[in-house]
Design a binder for this molecule. Sequence first.
Ligand code: THU
Length: 131
Amino acid sequence: MDYNLLAQKAIEAKFKALPTYSGFHVGAALLTSDEKVYLGCNIETSSYSLTICAERTALFKAISEGERKFEAIAIASDDPGYCPPCGACRQVMLDLCGNIDVVMVNHKNEIIVKKMSELLPFAFGDEYLNK
Ligand code: THU
């Protein structure tokens, strides 16, 4: 799928966000290897730390539906510039998706694409665990 189209889907997902406390809407669109798209948004609760980011919402929806192979994730937000994924999401995405493309879209509908390995270099991963 064209990444500009994936970015538009992230923008669409942003409007479903529930940022009750921060007021900051984020949307994500996760592309699987067989071209399916899972949308996610950030969801906040009164116990702030229980908030879930848009990226992890999309990813956990996909994993829970049986998806295991991913190509890219697009992220859109209320910030006029490009919204990078937070540190926690970087770890989760690298662990569960591998070195996918991360597509960020700004308010001019321009996109930039980074590899997960660029966003989380020298990362911890399952290779450090005794299996
Ligand atoms: N947020 C995301 O959804 N994704 C990110 O990668 C950055 C932060 C959300 C979490 C919280 O609901 C709001 O943005 C402000 O931090």
